[in-house]
Ligand binder design. Structure first.
Ligand code: ATR
Length: 280
């Protein structure tokens, strides 16, 4: 199928079609930057992914976001950068000199959100990361890239933490869930990448009172926006960065690659997306 589009457009490739805030974010930037372009959701079943991606340009798209369940499969259909390769998954596709490239923008979403909300966070010697799934990989990559000397990686299933740690070298140390209390007093940065605290899930039951007074706390969960973890950390006067900030910051690079302008994460954009979150 060849699509004739009047203006450059990007899409979100996933299956099944799920509710996503990405159109809201990219439409806001297109509108405020005065760019005539589009961003649409494309529900693509796994069996059709290859054909869809190989004909992305013919379909009139300048690039795409990729979500569940396609983030790993697109690596073989594109030229992945170092981040996508290290993480083993890509969430953004774009064309350069006619070639399709892929990257994982969760890394810069994570670090740029911390830079915006807690400047100086990377002076931490030790970080404690909870969870060892896909999101955790991007977080650990970002922490190592920014020079954090030691990352304690705790996961309910220890073997998953151990295999993730193996990929990142000796700076990443796997630990049991039961060790959290003894690791908290050393953690200058605490990151929750598990689904605990998410709407409908059990809260993350840890004592933020054990963290040093200078600690920064960040939660990748953004529904609710203020998770029980962030509420407790704020109550103690700790610096915090929320998951919505990461979601917004991870979208910046894709937009820049597709439409040629680097957009900003503004308070207005935040409040538009926040209003959408309350519809959940
Ligand atoms: P994502 O891509 O968002 O990281 P994921 O790969 O499914 O999603 O990872 C979910 C993470 O949340 C995992 O670290 C998972 O722990 P396990 O590896 O032991 O499954 C963690 N998680 C989910 N529910 C949890 C719970 N009730 N208690 C502790 N950890 C939990």
């Amino acid at each position: 199928m060849t699509a004739q589009r009047k203006h450059p457009a990007a899409c979100l490739i996933g299956w099944p079609a799920a509710h996503s805030r990405s159109p809201l974010i990219h439409h806001y930037w297109l509108r405020t930057l005065g760019i005539e372009g589009g961003y649409v959701i494309e529900a693509v079943p796994p069996d059709d992914l290859r054909d869809f991606v190989l004909r992305l340009s013919l379909r009139g798209f300048v690039g795409a976001n990729v979500t569940i369940p396609h983030k790993e499969s697109v690596l073989d259909l594109s030229t992945p950068d170092a981040r996508a390769l290290a993480i083993g998954a890509a969430n953004t596709l774009w064309f350069e000199d006619g070639e399709l490239h892929s990257t994982n923008t969760d890394v810069e979403g994570f670090v740029n959100n911390l830079d915006a909300c807690a400047p100086g966070w990377d002076k931490a010697d030790e970080a404690l990361v909870l969870g060892a799934g896909g999101a955790s990989r991007a977080v650990v990559f970002g922490l190592i890239e920014r020079g954090i000397a030691r990352v304690h990686l705790v996961n309910r299933t220890l073997s998953r933490a151990a295999s993730l740690a193996e990929k990142f070298g000796t700076a990443v140390v796997p630990a049991q869930w039961e060790n959290i209390a003894e690791l908290l007093p050393r953690a200058e940065l605490l990151v929750n990448t598990t689904s605990l605290g998410m709407h409908g899930q059990a809260p993350l039951d840890i004592d933020v009172g054990l963290l040093p007074a200078s600690a920064v706390v960040t939660d990748l969960v953004y529904v609710p926006l203020e998770t029980p973890l962030l509420a407790a950390a704020r109550g103690r006067g700790l610096k915090c960065a929320d998951g919505l900030g990461m979601l917004l910051h991870q979208a910046v690079r894709g937009f820049e690659l597709w439409f040629g302008r680097r957009p900003e994460v503004t308070p207005e954009l935040r409040s538009i997306v926040e209003a959408d979150l309350t519809k959940v």
